[in-house]
Design a protein around this ligand. Sequence first.
Ligand code: HEM
Length: 476
Amino acid sequence: MDAIFSCLLLLATLFLSLSLIFRVNKRNLGSPKLPPGKTGWPLVGESIVLTMAGPEKFIKDRMRKYSPEVFQTSLLGEKMAVFCGAKGNKFLFSNENTLLTSWWPLSLKKVLLFPSFVDDPIKEVGELSRGFLHDILKPEALKHYIPVMDSMARQHLDEEWTPHGEVKVFLVSKKYTFGLACELFMSINNPDHIARLANPFTLITSGIFSVPIDLPGTAYNRAIKGGKMVRNEILMIIRERRKELLENKETTYHDMLSRMLLVTHENGEFMNEMEIYHNIMGLLVASYETTSAAVTFVMNYLAELPHIYDGVFKEQMEIAKSKGPGELLNWEDIEKMKYSWNVAREALRLMPPALGAFREATTDFTYAGFTIPKGWKTFWTVNSTHKNPKYFPNPEKFDPSRFEGSGPAPFTFVPFGGGPRMCPGKEYARLEVLVFMHNVVTRFKLEKAIANEKMIFRSSLTPMNGVPVRIHPHEN
Ligand code: HEM
């Protein structure tokens, strides 16, 4: 008995010593020093904690607790390093294609793409025809859309604002921005047709950044269903339009779809229908919630802060007075809207419609003394700079004068990102927001119906009551 006991004791001591030696050696062998932080629960990681706390608090707490430069977490089923501050933004924006590449969550890929495309990185959303997208979204190409935006804004206010004493801006602005996108991207302007696209589209946007659990009742499951419906509808539109072109019908379309159907690759081939579908869908998804949120939050501040409203009103009335009766806005008018754009930028700083963006490390690399292993995902975020007093003194104060002169320090104001992947729709968004501001303030005075409305975080910042605003038409 004693012999067995001694034997067991010896084995246990040996095991303990070996494991200690192994641990020490492992440390000596230089296991990577990963960024501090925790990865939460299996699969869901810290996704639920992020949703509960909201992105601003989530980031702020971790910057304070772990590191103001970079921390690790796990979101959307992935190990992730969150880069913080202007230095972190600069690093990620400057190392595109050398250390990092674009990465989109599996949930987004599965919802938007045909299953066979999901594992083919060459055909990812955004990768495809990026040069072409930049081309059709540059200012010279968008100038012609300003009168269309203006007349659609007028019609929208006639139908959705004027008949009511109060509007929920968050809800109606989605109608305006989606209707405009359907018109400018595909010349779809029939209200029934727009509704056929809009209804499943809302399912997509509320589920593309969810945890990828495909069970009935989950946001992800609904988004996949919505994705299929929108995909079929868009493919039908593309096929009909291509048929018209092949039949040599005189086309009067000036939309983005027409340009996509006519553009050729370097080898002279036209884009196939899946490529066109991905481009159109990419544009719709990227613009839908972002622009409607931007419009909403600008309206929110105009209704809340009379002195800001007065400044915008003065600028926009000067432009309105310089126009003939019924004359639509043009590029020269937009160029005069300097104060209004500073107001819009300040709203984008305080209420950013996009939280940031992901990348994937293509090699092991070191940042701020920590190793980011190959395959890890990275995230840059507006939340580490936009309300950081180091970059924006008195950060909670709404102060458009921050954008006068040379404006904020580089890499601190990043609602559209930066570097080679900076949002190609930035100019489209600027025009859309400014045209809307012009139309609203020249017709109405705004008043908030609910003070200090609570914001909740779904896949983006969402006002709990939809920003209800009382509207008072100006007396002529
Ligand atoms: C206020 C409105 C908008 C905001 C705040 C916004 C913000 C962003 C951000 C943060 C990114 C990620 C950049 C990165 O990967 O680092 C992005 C990407 C993108 N945005 Fe926007 N966006 C807005 C409107 C639009 C509009 C109107 C369009 C199209 C008409 C658009 C098209 C795109 C596309 C195609 C990408 C992917 C670019 C790529 O991966 O190369 N966005 N946007």
